[in-house]
Design a protein around this ligand. Structure first.
Ligand SMILES: NC(=O)C1=CN([C@@H]2O[C@H](COP(=O)(O)OP(=O)(O)OC[C@H]3O[C@@H](n4cnc5c(N)ncnc54)[C@H](O)[C@@H]3O)[C@@H](O)[C@H]2O)C=CC1
Ligand SMILES: O=C([O-])CC(=O)C(=O)O
Length: 331
């Protein structure tokens, strides 16, 4: 099989340290798909990156055909088939993710331009760096030759968190919980929604709502816990989530590449097409299914007044972030 070229930016950082192995072992693109790893970081990190490349070699992995490690955009983005755009500043204790906007969004302007110039037109791009939705919007804007649908933002970590939280409450493993939804921004305004979620209990399959039987908990503690989980990890670790973020990035790209399992949906930040009354031209997390490397928003879910008010809050924040990002990128 011909190798594919996979770019990971921020390759000397924390998330990449977990992500590279998953990609290199075949967990993302398939167990028989050879890869050429393109690893990008900034010039001062080239020494650290050299150590990462030594470790990749020492893993003795059969699928890794070669490794390109670089601080040069053209070398990094040349002919790539898939990209994980991770490289950017993480937040520290007490910050919101949007506090990173003015520093990080320009990275995604530059890298959008590099995608436009050097990547294969069929490239699939996952934006991980925060604020992920708005960085994805900017990246797509500066990569006009790449279809907007090919650039998605990561809310899979929130999705996995919601799944795991419900599973813990119901004393089952996370794989037994399906079709949770993260709506909106990867921020503390996100709306984790379990209205359509299903759980496989030993006595049979039922809705998560019926299994939990506590609407107040669902509407308050559950939502708040998922919204604030990233901050809780930072408070405990003094560094942001990395192992779980890398796993989520691998899950997201695997679903793009290989498709979602039949009857299941996932959550992805995608360019809004106006579904569910969400304005076009913001990158909004929706429930999606994937097939043939393309996503489709799950349609016709019922939105009640409570849900609409949650959607409105996160939409407003995304519109504000977009306006701020456009001003920053004009300079
Ligand atoms: N969407 C999501 O769910 C999540 C997003 N994140 C975000 O991912 C990003 C990376 O997090 P970590 O790996 O923990 O940070 P880190 O600080 O450990 O690593 C970031 C790496 O990016 C590099 N970098 C900075 N500017 C770059 C550029 N212009 N080009 C290439 N590389 C560059 C840095 O030198 C560093 O090696 C942060 O913005 C963080 O907030 C983190 C967790 C979850
Ligand atoms: O909270 C952060 O800054 C890192 C992140 O995005 C997450 O863990 O969800």
């Amino acid at each position: 099989m011909e190798p594919i070229r996979v770019l990971i930016t921020g390759a000397a950082g924390q998330i990449a340290y977990s992500l590279i192995l998953q990609v290199a072992k075949g967990d993302v693109f398939g167990s028989s798909q050879p890869v050429i790893l393109h690893l990008l970081d900034i010039t001062p990190m080239m020494g650290v990156l050299e150590g990462v490349v030594m470790e990749i070699e020492d893993c003795a992995l059969p699928l890794v055909k070669s490794v390109v490690s670089t601080d040069d955009l053209e070398t990094a983005f040349k002919d790539i088939d898939a990209a994980f755009l991770v490289g950017s500043m993480p937040r520290k204790q007490g910050m919101e993710r949007k506090d990173l906007l003015s520093g990080n969004v320009k990275i995604f302007k530059t890298q959008g331009d590099a995608l436009n110039k050097y990547a294969k037109k069929s490239v699939k791009v996952l934006i991980v760096g925060n604020p992920a939705n708005t960085n994805a919007f900017i990246c797509a804007k500066y990569a006009p030759s790449i279809p907007k649908e090919s650039i998605t933002a990561m809310t899979r970590l929130d999705h996995n968190r919601a799944r795991a939280n419900i599973a813990k409450r119901l004393s089952v493993t996370a794989d037994k919980v399906k079709n949770v939804i993260i709506w909106g921004n990867h921020s503390s305004t996100q709306f984790p929604d379990i209205k359509s979620a299903i759980v496989n209990l030993p006595q049979g399959s039922t809705s998560v709502y019926n299994a939990i039987k506590d609407e107040n908990w669902i509407k308050t503690d559950f939502i708040k816990t998922i919204q604030a989980r990233g901050a809780a990890v930072i408070n405990a670790r003094k560094m942001s989530s990395a192992m779980s973020a890398a796993k989520a990035a691998a899950d997201h790209m695997k679903d793009i590449w290989c498709g979602t399992p039949f009857g299941e949906y996932t959550s992805m930040g995608v360019m809004s097409d106006g579904s569910y009354g969400i304005p076009k031209d913001i990158v909004f997390s929706f429930p999606v299914t994937t097939q043939n490397k393309t996503w489709k928003i799950v349609q016709n879910l019922e939105i009640n007044d409570f849900m609409r008010s949650m959607l409105d809050v996160t939409t407003k924040e995304l519109v504000e972030e977009r306006e701020e990002a456009l001003v920053v990128c004009k300079d």
